[in-house]
Unconditional design. Structure first.
Length: 445
């Protein structure tokens, strides 16, 4: 810029641009007061924020501290790999009602299901249950026995595990293919289930009901397989008699083992699990008398591999390779063990099985646990415990026989366990002249 072209401004113009007189500004005390008010507001807001944060932290800690020790099935399936829960032992059970119900073809109460009326398929016995909960409906398949001592499989439903409704306990016609109303009939002559269909175990996977059951041809028992889209109309996969094998079964069947194995005569009472964590089907099955419990696995529920069907050494404590051995002399399971039911909660397996002592005494239910489904620890097979009787409470993870005149006075039969929201339902059958189904409940300790 050329400085020679700058024209000096008159003094009065500069004066006109001067600041306003000092007396027009607000007093200093007013400024300080405004700053103090703003500071107080900021401090108050900050204090409120701190209180909110502290309150939230305290509330969260209280909720975590009060969180139930047991997660429901969905939570376990989703979170068991990242959540560590306390060790779980199912302790004392409470029987809902072990009074004997009169026969019925329709409805029963208090978690019980009695035998049916004369002429029905379950007129003598109702026993050997398997349970599922689908939506809001509890579904039960059970074994019914007629006066000719021939077992077939029937179906009942409940909305609350208390009141059960039989679907159809009439005798179904023999069939090697299809059956209706939840029933599994006998097979035709020469088939593996021509003289009996019993001990069902049902899973619901990929929108299909899958059943494994025990078939009897008059001399031997073996495991067979059926499927259903709705749990009512069933189609048998293959009820022909499989060749004996110590290793492999096909078409959902478990064959008898070779001579000298525990299952050379009977491969029965299947207990099925789809292990989501291990992504494999697992089956515990048993022989009858002498009875032992063995183990098999399958990637698809059709081709099965036996783990070890050799006869295990007797033990009051431990079983290996998925097997449960007989107990030692004087124990509650010295004569035989069979009919396992297994649930898996927080990566731990819980089994209840039928044991019988050599002494003159009925069958009892014995409890065992495992971390891998292979090595089992018997919780307590001390016979002296089971000589006590109770119509209400059980102990040591199992049940006590009832008093005279009750359904379970003479002994217990096979149970099926359903675990839901921290509560375990044990649905078993008791016998006193006839077999009838009862329910006991245990809250996790």
């Amino acid at each position: 810029m050329n400085t020679n072209s700058v024209v000096p401004q008159p003094v009065q113009q500069i004066t006109a641009l001067a600041p306003a007189p000092i007396q027009s500004l607000p007093p200093a005390s007013v400024k300080l007061e405004n700053k103090s008010s703003k500071l107080n507001l900021m401090i108050g807001a900050l204090f409120i924020m701190i209180l909110i944060i502290v309150g939230f932290i305290v509330y969260t800690l209280i909720q975590l501290n009060n969180r139930p020790a047991v997660l429901n099935n969905y939570e376990i399936a989703e979170k068991e790999k990242v959540v560590t829960l306390p060790d779980i032992v199912f302790g004392n059970f409470t029987k809902l009602n072990n009074a004997i119900l009169p026969p019925t073809n329709t409805t029963s109460t208090d978690g019980r299901l009695p035998n049916g009326l004369a002429g029905s398929g379950d007129s003598v016995d109702a026993s050997h249950t398997t349970l599922l909960k689908i939506g809001l409906t509890y579904k039960m398949w059970y074994e019914g026995l007629t006066t000719d001592s021939t077992p077939r499989i029937y179906y009942a439903e409940s909305n609350d595990m208390l009141t059960w409704r039989k679907k159809d306990n009439s005798l179904p016609q023999a069939s090697d293919t299809t059956s209706t109303n939840g029933r599994i009939p006998l097979g035709t002559e020469g088939k593996g289930d021509s003289k009996g269909a019993s001990n069902p175990s049902v899973l619901f996977l990929e929108n299909e009901y899958k059943m494994w059951y025990c078939g009897f041809n008059g001399s031997n028992r073996r495991v067979f397989h059926a499927t259903s889209p709705d749990g009512l109309t069933w189609t048998k996969k293959d009820n022909s008699i499989p060749d004996q094998s110590n290793t492999t079964g096909t078409n959902g069947r478990i064959p008898n083992g070779l001579v000298g194995t525990f299952d050379e005569r009977d491969s029965c009472a299947p207990e099925l699990m789809w292990d989501k964590e291990d992504q494999i089907y697992k089956m515990w099955y048993s022989s009858v008398d002498p009875g032992y419990i063995g183990y098999a696995t399958s990637p698809d529920g059709l081709t099965w591999t036996k783990k070890d069907n050799s006869i295990p050494d007797k033990s009051n404590t431990t079983g290996t390779n998925g097997r449960i051995p007989n107990g030692l002399q004087g124990s509650a399971d010295a004569r035989y063990v069979r009919n396992a039911t297994v649930v898996k909660v927080n990566s731990k397996y819980h089994m209840w099985y039928v044991g019988r002592p050599i002494e003159q005494m009925g069958q009892v239910l014995v409890y065992a646990t495992s971390l891998d489904g292979l090595t089992w620890t018997k919780f307590n097979n001390d016979l002296s415990i089971y000589k006590n009787r109770s119509n209400g409470l059980g102990m040591n993870g199992s049940l006590l026989l009832g008093t005279e005149g009750t359904r379970d006075f003479e002994g217990f039969g096979a149970a099926d366990a359903l675990y839901e929201d921290g509560v375990l339902y044990l649905v078993y059958f008791g016998f006193n002249v006839n077999n009838g189904i009862e329910t006991a409940v245990s809250v996790k300790l």
